[in-house]
Structure formats: C-alpha cells, structure tokens
Write a protein that binds this ligand. Structure first.
Ligand SMILES: C[S@@+](CC[C@H](N)C(=O)[O-])C[C@H]1O[C@@H](n2cnc3c(N)ncnc32)[C@H](O)[C@@H]1O
Length: 294
C-alpha cells in the first residue's frame, strides 16, 4: 500500500492520486468523473474495478502515475475526454473517436429513438439513410439495433470519414458508406431514390457567428461538423429539399437541431412539402429533434 502523497511516498497511492487529479480538474472547471475515467483508461480496466481498487488501497505504478498526470494535464487544457481515451460510448456501441471527427453526444441518442420508431412504422425491413454520419454513431446504432434494416450513410469530410470507415468496419460492416455532400443525396445514393423509409441526420446547425461556449467544442470539434450558414440551417434546408425526393410516400425524416431552432426547422420542412412536422424534447426537456412525414 502506498504512503500518503507529499510525504516522500515511494509508491503512489491510487486513491490519493485520483483524488488529487479530480481536485486539480475541478479547480479549472472540469467537473465529473474524468479523473477516474482517465485512471481506468491508463490501467486498462473498468470504472467499477478502478473504484474497487481505490477502496482496497491499491498502489499505482510510477509509470502509470506519470501517464495519468500527462492525460490529466491535457484534460485541464480542455482536450475532450473522449480524445484522450480514444473512445466514445453511444447507446450500445463504443466508437473510436479523435481529432477530425465530431464526438457523439448523449442527446443524439434521442434522435436514434425517433428514427427507430419511424423504422418500425415502415412495417417492413426498413431502408434508413444517415446523412452527416461523422463517427458513424447514428448509422451504427440503427444497424445494430434494427438488424433487418438496410442502412446507408453519407459523410463529406476526409478527416471524419476515416473514423466512420473504421467504426463501420469494426461494428456494422453491412452499412453502405458513401463520401459526398448530402445536398446531392439523390446522386450519391441513386439506388434508393424514392425508396427510403427514414432519413435521419444530426447535421451541423450552429449559426456561423455563434461561437460555442465550451472550449472542448470550440477548439476540438471540426468546424464542418458545427457551422451551417448565417442561421445554422443551410444543411437542414438541403436535407429537407433532397430528402423529399429520397423518402417514399409515408416515410419520415428525423433531424437534430439547436433548442431554439424547432420552429424554423418545422417551417423549412413544411415549405419543402413535408407533413406533420413535430418537435420533440430531449432527455433534459429541451427541443432538440424534429420529425416529419413525407
Ligand atoms: C454534428 S456532426 C454529427 C456526426 C454524427 N452523426 C453524430 O451524431 O455524432 C455533423 C457531421 O456532418 C458532416 N457534414 C457537414 N456538412 C456536410 C455535408 N454537406 N454533407 C455531408 N456531411 C456533412 C460533418 O463533417 C460532421 O461529421
């Protein structure tokens, strides 16, 4: 068992080291279990096992203590936790993420719920298109949770699609992944024009002039994943328009957006000929998803 820190300890004590890391992160405004997550990552174990080891008064190898110290310093500089561990959890999947790709968010799990409900309503093995795939989070969730679905995914960015390819290959290799601009969805996916049951997207939707508050987002999410014109709705407009040609009569569209954008997104969809545009709250009660029927 290690001696108390700061008293000439020869072997660092795990609990004291993790507690000190948590305090150091809290002092720079990083709250939450990040120190423990990083410690578990360094030790190659689970959070539950890490907590057990802390309770049992386990030691920490000096090299692991140094590695953890370096990661905690980077987290203190607001590098996203997921870039430091190299993974993000989304529904049942663990996705590889890092520089160049948008880190999937918990609120997008609600978008998947709506897409799956629309897929159910198809009453057959559904055809689902994930426009703006990023890490592949949405497409992979749908492909693995609705195993009879034919899932196609589109991503524009060279950097992001390298991560999409990696995650699709590892987790849902049947997904048909295409690189290109979703404004040209019909040219990119000619085989399913007019046959899609669900078009789902978490597009970029931040207005160009609105700078995100969190440094993790501002500095580490790719600009192409965040910004979309003066009102943030350029890609939404493109999807509403091309989507009306892609989706079969009675099929649906599900779009994530900012909490103030529900009314504008409903108006865009209605103008493009979609019916029953409805905005739904996320897990925290904020309007973050709008669905509509073709
Ligand atoms: C907000 S991220 C969402 C990623 C992923 N679907 C998720 O929910 O975590 C938006 C993604 O759309 C991509 N993108 C932006 N504009 C695009 C366009 N015109 N065509 C295709 N992909 C685009 C970005 O590169 C980024 O990966």
């Amino acid at each position: 068992m290690g001696a108390a820190p700061g008293y000439g300890a020869e072997v660092p004590d795990l609990r004291a080291t993790v507690t000190a890391a948590r305090d150091a992160l809290a002092r720079v405004g990083v709250e939450g279990p990040d120190a423990e997550v990083l410690a578990a990552h360094v030790l190659g174990t689970t959070l539950g096992d890490l907590r057990m080891r802390m309770l049992l008064g386990a030691d920490l190898e000096e090299e692991d203590a140094r590695t953890l110290g370096a990661l905690v310093a980077r987290r203190g500089e607001r590098e996203p936790l997921q870039h430091l561990t190299g993974e993000a959890h989304f529904r049942h999947a663990t996705l590889a993420v890092g520089p160049g790709v948008f880190t999937p968010r918990p609120e997008t799990e609600v978008l998947v719920d709506h897409a799956l409900a629309m897929a159910d309503a198809a009453g057959r093995a559904p055809i689902v298109v994930d426009a703006c795939a990023g890490s592949g989070a949405v497409a992979i969730a749908i492909a693995t949770e609705r195993t009879d679905a034919r899932v196609l995914a589109v991503e524009l960015s060279d950097d992001a699609i390298a991560w999409t390819r990696r995650n699709v290959a590892a987790l849902a290799p049947a997904i048909e992944l295409v690189q290109g601009d979703v404004a040209e969805l019909d040219a990119l996916l000619p085989a399913v024009v007019g046959a899609v049951d669900v078009l789902v997207s978490n597009p970029p939707y931040v207005p160009t002039a609105a700078v995100p508050r969190d440094a993790e987002v501002r500095l580490h999410d790719p600009a192409l994943a965040l910004y979309s014109g003066d009102d943030g709705l350029d890609v939404v407009r493109a999807l509403a328009s091309v989507g009306a040609r892609m989706v079969r009569d009675g099929g649906g569209i599900a779009l994530e957006h900012g909490e103030e954008q529900g009314g504008a997104v409903r108006a865009v969809l209605a103008a493009a000929g979609w019916h029953e545009a409805t905005t739904h709250p996320d897990l925290t009660g904020r309007d973050r998803v709008t669905t509509a029927r073709r």
